[in-house]
Design a protein around this ligand. Structure first.
Ligand code: ADP
Ligand code: ASP
Ligand code: MG
Length: 402
């Protein structure tokens, strides 16, 4: 059972979570619980590391931002003990949850489960801190924002759990973010592939890596509410779903920025130079378009990057301006990526037509397009985010009846 920030946001909530865990224990299950920090805590900690020093050591960043989870595991263990449930807290290093040493975005390498399994066998509930692990040099690592989902799936896989239940502040996975589209419909089931695309394109209900890990290890993954006792959403294999809509869900991300290199030489090796320079400087590029420029022998390349990486991207490209021989470097942060996702898209034509004509009817200009087998993404002006998501939701027949 994994509980996110809002679900453990107050002492009252932590007590309610303890009751939920007790009910499952009383039903005869062995339970490992993974918790996030109280809502808002991690943001505050990140902010403090920035204020303390712009150029801080990522290892110290991890020491600070991992501390929120230390509080909630202790509090939940106390709350459980107080209602007669035997429980103890586990920090990442105590488990141990071994990761690589990429601080701030570490990957889980292995989990020692022996000690925890022995205690579960004795009837003790394990309450593990999400989001954190330990690197080979014994320093604390964190798994990237939203990483408790990944901690939970990894622990479920390592323990051989029957299921991994992600309890959160919505009662399942919806056709789009229910906070911006009230007509969003709850899905009983969604495929791993679709969930992976939705998560990696901005639906933060599950961290992308948690979905990939569940898929790889065959973990039964469910998303459900920690506030209400309602059926949630199961993430399943494709053969467990009867195909219906061409589009299953819509995601958006405002965490995007656009870069255009104007007037590059139109010759072999130029794109290779641009993107290897970006890669060498750890800039992740997402969408890319190349168009012919107005001048002969010239071309323009536009691409999108994570907003946080925009400064780095433009600095390194300015650094090789002479070598690349471009005319201008344009950047914009006023963009948003909207993606429609659906397995059935592979066999049903016309999804792109519906998407583009819906946006056109609303007067929304498309700046960049990218596709995968089961997804179409567009980059548009940020001010159109909600309008685009809502009108696409209606156009693809996803609005709920009620
Ligand atoms: P937690 O703190 O429990 O990890 P998150 O805030 O990380 O919770 O994720 C839950 C949030 O994800 C919801 O409050 C909702 O606004 C957002 N969300 C985005 N897209 C979707 C979607 N398709 N279905 C459900 N929730 C979504
Ligand atoms: N507390 C961490 C965060 O806010 C991890 C998580 O909530 O999943 O990113
Ligand atoms: Mg989350």
């Amino acid at each position: 059972m994994k509980f996110g920030g809002t679900s453990v946001g107050t002492i009252e909530r932590i007590k309610a979570v303890a009751d939920q865990v007790k009910a499952v224990v009383d039903a005869g299950h062995q339970v490992a619980v993974v918790v996030s920090a109280m809502s808002g805590t991690t943001n505050q900690l990140v902010q403090w590391t920035r204020e303390a020093g712009a150029m801080h050591d990522a290892r110290e960043y991890d020491v600070v931002v991992s501390s929120g989870e230390q509080v909630t595991v202790g509090l939940l263990a106390i709350a459980l003990q107080n209602i007669g449930v035997e429980a103890r807290s586990w920090l990442g290093w105590q488990v141990a949850m071994h990761t690589d040493n990429i601080h701030g975005g570490a990957r889980i390498e292995s989990i020692d489960t022996e000690a925890m399994l022995a205690r579960l066998e004795q009837g003790q509930v394990a309450v593990m801190a999400g989001f954190q692990g330990v690197a080979e040099d014994n320093r604390i690592t964190t798994l990237g924002r939203g990483g408790s989902d990944t901690s939970a799936v990894a622990l479920a896989a390592a323990l051989g759990a029957d299921r991994c239940d992600i309890y959160t502040d919505v009662d399942g996975v919806y056709t789009t973010d229910p906070r911006i589209v009230p007509k969003a419909t709850k899905l009983d089931k969604i495929t791993f592939e679709e969930m992976l695309e939705l998560a990696s394109n901005g639906a933060k209900v599950l961290q992308t890596r948690s979905v990939a890990m569940a898929m790889r290890h065959g973990v039964k993954l469910q998303v459900l509410s920690s506030f209400e006792d309602l059926p949630g959403t199961m993430v399943v294999n494709e053969d467990e779903i009867m195909e219906k809509n061409s589009v299953s869900g819509i995601a958006y991300s405002v965490d995007e920025a656009k870069v255009t290199l104007v007037g590059l030489d139109d010759k072999p090796g130029v794109a290779a130079n641009v993107f290897s320079t970006l890669a060498d400087n750890n800039v992740n590029v997402d969408m890319i378009v190349q168009t012919a420029a107005s001048a002969p022998g010239k071309t323009d390349i536009t691409f999108s990057v994570n907003g946080a990486e925009l400064d780095r991207a433009s600095t390194v490209l300015q650094g090789i301006k002479d070598e690349l021989n471009y005319n201008d470097l344009l950047t914009s942060e006023d963009v948003c990526k909207v993606s429609v996702v659906g397995m059935a898209m592979r066999s049903q034509p016309g999804v792109a037509r519906t998407m583009f004509s819906t946006l056109a009817e609303k007067g929304i200009n498309i700046e960049v397009i990218s596709t995968s087998e089961i997804k179409i993404s567009v980059l548009i002006g940020r001010e159109y985010t909600e309008l685009a998501v809502r009108s696409l939701h209606t156009a693809f027949g996803l609005d709920s009846e009620s």
